[in-house]
Design a protein around this ligand. Structure first.
Ligand SMILES: NC(=O)c1ccc[n+]([C@@H]2O[C@H](COP(=O)([O-])OP(=O)(O)OC[C@H]3O[C@@H](n4cnc5c(N)ncnc54)[C@H](O)[C@@H]3O)[C@@H](O)[C@H]2O)c1
Length: 250
């Protein structure tokens, strides 16, 4: 068991990549807190993981709300008594080009995609320190590494911010044995993409840009997160890891 005795929290763990990461962590022995706004979907995912033998709890959390993070931290401390792995995965994408995007939509994306991980690290780093260190994994995107021709500006801005939030935490808190790394998936077939894929041209574009010729899967991303969470990655800190079939190598 690669995460035996570890306690993890995964934001946006109710569905998509967060659910895949939560399930994989539980398989490897971690106690997992799924923290999400969708209580019904989250409870279903938690029930599925429990049915597979995992130890999992659901926490209601809006990543953009500081009071929710404070409550989540108290709950984790009370229930688990220690903390080892924070996965900042929750994210949204309002697909509007810069000239058409109302400023409020930009603010909303910043609130979830940047303020969310910022607050998560702010409130959970003290718990990691108390446990003697741990691993923070931020889910960015290929759009946090490159200007991506098919992705509108606001998303790229938020994911680029996550890339450098990761590196600054890595550099400043490595001394506390806190490792911080980011994962940069290319397109994954999750609920986030379903609307876009109704347009066959958009779907063709996304398949065409990947040298390995397929989309990423939740398992691809979950396995990368598992590695970064585990002791096998004990000397990896400040890494921006693409899980993109070679897309950003092009
Ligand atoms: N799907 C992709 O192609 C892809 C590619 C690269 C990066 N990503 C990133 O991976 C992460 C997960 O994406 P996904 O495809 O699984 O998305 P998804 O929409 O399928 O799931 C996102 C989850 O986050 C939750 N969430 C949204 N806002 C929240 C908030 N304010 N507080 C708490 N939870 C909230 C949702 O309820 C949902 O359960 C995101 O950060 C996304 O930007 C996705």
């Amino acid at each position: 068991m690669r995460l035996a005795k570890k306690v993890a929290l995964v934001t946006g763990g109710a569905q998509g990549l967060g659910a895949a990461i939560s399930g994989r962590f539980a398989e490897e022995g971690a106690v997992v807190f799924i923290a999400d706004m969708q209580a019904d979907v989250g409870a279903k995912t938690a029930a599925e993981i429990t049915a597979n033998g995992g130890k999992v709890y659901f926490l209601s959390l809006d990543v953009s709300k500081e009071e929710d993070w404070i409550a989540a931290r108290a709950e984790v401390e009370k229930t688990a008594g220690r903390f080892d792995v924070l996965v900042n995965n929750a994210g949204i994408n309002i697909r509007e080009p810069i000239e058409e995007m109302p400023a409020e939509h930009f603010d909303k994306m910043l609130a979830v995609n940047v303020r969310g991980p910022f607050l998560g690290i702010k409130h959970f780093m003290p718990l990691l320190r108390k446990s003697g260190g741990g691993s923070i994994i931020n889910i960015s995107s290929v759009c946090g590494l490159i200007g991506h021709r098919y992705t509108t500006e606001a998303y790229t801005v938020t994911k680029g911010a996550v890339t450098l939030l990761t590196k600054t935490i890595a550099v400043r808190y490595g001394k506390d044995n806190i490792r911080c790394n980011s994962i940069h998936p290319s397109t994954v077939d999750t609920p986030l993409m379903q609307e876009l894929f109704k347009n066959p041209e958009r779907k063709r574009e996304r398949f065409g840009e990947v040298p390995l010729g397929r989309l990423a899967t939740g398992a691809d991303v979950a396995n990368a997160a598992l590695f970064l969470a585990s002791e096998e990655a004990s000397f990896l800190n400040g890494v921006a890891l693409p899980v993109d079939g070679g897309t950003t190598a092009d």
